[in-house]
Each structure stands twice: as C-alpha cells, then as structure tokens.
Design a protein around this ligand. Structure first.
Ligand code: NAD
Length: 455
C-alpha cells in the first residue's frame, strides 16, 4: 500500500525541471563522457547581519571546544571573554590563542556567575554535559553543548525541562544538521528523489592510534596541573589517572563509546533529513578486537535500528557500523535507500543515484506491449540521469559555521534552533541504548514520541 504522501519519481523529475531557483545546474550535464551525470551547486541564502555583541565563554577548552570557539569567533559580533578548563595547559593555551586578557578559571560556576556572559560553549567530556547545561541555562545563559547531549539515558528530561522553563536557546553540536548537504537531502527525499525510504546505513572506518582515541598525554600531566577531584566528582571516585583524563572516550564513566561519539551524528542527520523522532527497537553487537589498551568499550560495533511508520516516513531499517581496526581507514558515509534510488549524504555534497528504467526481455510481456500498439518495444529509450551530484558552492563555509550561525541568530532574534534539547535527546538516546544493548546483550526498546525506554 502506498503512503499518503508517497514521493514519486515523476514528482521529483517535475521539481528537478522547475524548482531550480537556488540550484545552478552545471555545464557537464551535456558532456559526452558523462552522459548520465549532472551536478548542481548548493547555494546558501545571505544570512542576517549581526548587530549586538554577544559575549561568550568556553567551558572545556580541548580539541572540539577550541574548534567551536574559533568558528564562533568568525561570526560578526561574537566576543570571547572567559575560558574554563580543568587542566592548566589548556588554560595557558587559551590565553596564547585568544589573548592574555581572557579570564580563565577551573571552576565553571565562576563563569556562570558572571553577568557579562550571554552564552557558553560546552566542550567537556560527555559526563559533564547535562550538569553544566542545566546549571548554565538556570543561570540565564544560552548554551551550545557538544554532542552527545547527555551521557546516560536518564539525563535527557532534565535538560529538556531546563530549556523549557528558562526559555534559553540551547543547541547540541552535531553540526551536519545545519549543513547545505543535509538540507538538500531533506529536500530531495521530500520531493520523491529516491521514492519511498526503506533503509539507511552509515559507516566509519579508522585505524590510526590518535583517530581511535589514544591521544597524546602532556608531559606535565599530574594532580598538580589537573583538577582531578572535580573531574570525577559526579562519577566514580578513583585515584588520579592521566589516561582517564586525556583519553576519556575509552572509559564508560566519562565517554559514550563509538555510538555516543559517532553514531549520534548520523542519528542527528537522519532525523533531520527524514523528520523522524527515532527508532523503536535497537540491538547491537561487536567486540574488542585489537586495541587492548585498557579501554572499556568495543573497537568494532554494529548497531541495528528499527524505525516504525509515522506521519513523516514509512517504516525503515537503519544499520550503523564502526570499525577502529579497518585497513581502509578514512571511509565514512551516510546513505539513504528508497524504492527508486539512493543518496549518499555529506555536509557539502549529496550524490543521488536513481535506478534505470526497467527494460524487460520477457517475450510474453513484449508480445503484450506489441498487442497494445507499441510496434517496437525493444527499441532503446532516452534515459533520465542516473547519477546527480549536488556540490556546495565554492567558498561554502561549511556545516560548523552554519550551525554556530544558527545558534547566534536564534539568540539575536529570539528564534528557534533545529537541534534543541528535545532533538538532541532523540539523537542521543538510540546511541546510548545501542551501548546498553551491547553490554546487556539484548535488544532495547524505546518510545521515540514519549522519549521513554520501554521494557
Ligand atoms: N561535533 C563534533 O564534531 C565533535 C568532535 C569532537 C568532539 N566532540 C565532542 O566534544 C566534547 C569534547 O571532546 P574533545 O575531543 O574536545 O575532548 P578533549 O579531551 O580534547 O577536551 C575536553 C576538555 O574538557 C576539559 N574538562 C573536563 N571536565 C571539565 C569540567 N568539568 N569543567 C571544565 N573543563 C573540563 C578537559 O580538561 C579538556 O580540556 C565531547 O563531548 C565530544 O563528544 C564533538
């Protein structure tokens, strides 16, 4: 049976022909050696001009927090005034990077108490996201919190509550959601470009030690330079362990494994593109195959997720895989598959592949066609394009810029962001339940509408 709003190939082709206002189709559509390839530039509408200065602070000034801050500072009218981190080296780096006048502290509540700070970026390990987010919103700050929004499935409702009660802008940091690539994929799916969705898959392959979380440990790491007591104050107390601090992703007290680190990005993009609220059934398998460095999480993980039919999409299945011992290192993709084609989605490119017109060689069928008036049913046909590549315009600033810009635009306009606390929780929950399924060796059941674990 067809879905009520089932997208169709004809619908898509009609739109491809007419709705080209924001898409410039490239010349190689006519190139002889690329007969069935078309490319199109994705263009971004001009953004809102900045007026008011917004003062920000960074809490957790490691790799991603610093990256986010650099992106934020590209946006007109954003000023960094303070940085909080638990390690002296990161505070010294912050002063070198952003100026000696930046206020630095190891106590995040000092940042929240300052009246001159409008918004905070939270780039701490996962186990601090919920507490700092809630405290920050309750202290009147807007919050950009890195993914996954929470470290445990039980932590989401508190963040949603704080956002609703304070009315602050809260955005989770899966940047792909704001990218041209994700927007185009959403538009293509809705227009029927791949027919009816039935399957999606994502994959990551990594191999190098740093890529798989064996980060370098600074030579001066010690209880004198690291505020270890604060670091473990909301989890199990243990003696100082530099690996647990600088390679936190490998340990369940602080990180969320491959699923929380990587799958969560694909849940965010998939939910944005399809309008889905999440899967109903989650099961995982995997194992620790190679990196026997004390890590508590697998280095090969497979997750299978069953999405039920709802108003936005038909029922479909999702398969996610991550391999940290993969000799092909560097392969990453998200693919949506439908009854009439498939698309590979990245932040700045969408490659759409559509199936060929079916040509039958069944003699019975051909005879029927002849009888119905088609005198030459074997004659070759004009084929529509089979592969269309949509590429972002040259100079596109990228998903991270767009995501940060959306955050500040929402603050300035008292507007909304897509990846708010509810969206963030719906993306984090299946990732966290994937870990639970792996460790408990049983499927997990989730109600994506009510956002509650079942069973
Ligand atoms: N969106 C993305 O593409 C992306 C990419 C990488 C990481 N991340 C996320 O960003 C977060 C940080 O990851 P990272 O790779 O930058 O880690 P990191 O180890 O490089 O940085 C974390 C920093 O937080 C500090 N910290 C720890 N606890 C703190 C606390 N209570 N208060 C203040 N500072 C504290 C640490 O000293 C460290 O400097 C993680 O949640 C991760 O999942 C997102």
């Amino acid at each position: 049976m067809k879905e009520k709003n089932e997208p169709s190939r004809r619908n898509f082709l009609r739109k491809l022909g007419t709705a080209t206002a924001a898409v410039a189709v490239g010349q190689n559509v006519f190139a002889a050696d690329k007969r069935n390839e078309v490319f199109a530039y994705l263009k971004r509408q001009a953004g809102i001009t900045a007026n008011d200065q917004i003062n920000i602070a960074l809490i957790g000034a490691g790799g991603q927090g610093s990256e986010d801050t650099n992106v934020a500072l590209q946006i007109p009218g954003i000023k960094l005034v303070a940085v909080c981190d638990l390690y002296d080296g990161r505070l010294a780096d912050a002063k070198k990077r952003w100026g000696a006048d930046i206020y630095t502290t190891k106590i995040y509540k000092e940042i929240l108490n300052r009246q001159d700070i409008d918004a905070v970026i939270i780039g701490t390990p996962d186990h601090w996201h919920q507490q700092i987010s809630v405290d920050a919103m309750r202290a009147g700050k807007h919050v950009y919190c890195e993914k996954p929004m929470v470290h445990a499935i039980t932590e989401g409702p508190e963040v949603i509550k704080a956002q609703k009660e304070t009315g602050k802008i809260f955005q989770v940091g899966s940047q792909g959601v704001s990218s041209l690539g994700n927007e185009k994929a959403k538009e293509l799916l809705a227009s029927g470009a791949i027919g009816q969705l039935n399957y999606a898959e994502g994959f990551w392959a990594r191999r190098g030690p740093v890529e798989v979380w064996q980060y370098p440990i600074p030579a001066d790491a010690s209880p004198q330079t690291v505020d270890w007591d604060t670091y473990v104050s909301n989890t199990h107390k243990r003696p100082f362990d530099e690996k647990r601090f600088f390679r936190w992703r490998n340990y369940t007290d602080y990180g969320t494994g491959m699923a929380g680190d990587l799958f969560v990005h694909l849940f965010s993009s998939l939910h944005f593109v399809t309008g889905s609220h999440g899967p109903e059934k989650i099961y995982a398998s995997g194992g620790l195959r190679f990196w026997n460095d004390g890590r508590e999480v697998p280095d090969v993980l497979l997750g299978t997720f069953d999405y039920g039919k709802n108003a936005m999409h038909p029922a479909f299945n999702l398969s996610l895989r991550c391999n940290f011992v993969d000799g092909t290192s560097g392969t990453t993709y998200l693919r949506l598959v439908g009854s009439e084609g498939a698309m590979d989605i990245t932040w700045d490119k969408v490659v759409l592949k559509r199936n060929k017109v079916f040509a039958s060689d069944d003699p019975f069928y051909l005879e029927k066609l002849r009888q119905s008036g088609d005198r030459n049913p074997e004659r070759k046909k004009m084929l529509p394009p089979e592969e269309i590549s949509y590429d972002a315009d040259k100079g596109y600033l990228g998903g991270p810029y767009d995501h940060m810009n959306n955050f500040f635009t929402a603050i300035r306009n008292n507007g909304k962001v897509t990846e708010d606390a509810t969206f963030g929780y719906r993306a984090a929950a299946p990732a966290l339940l994937c870990n639970d399924s792996y460790f408990k060796n049983e499927p997990m059941h989730w109600d994506p509408e009510k956002m509650v674990k079942k069973g």
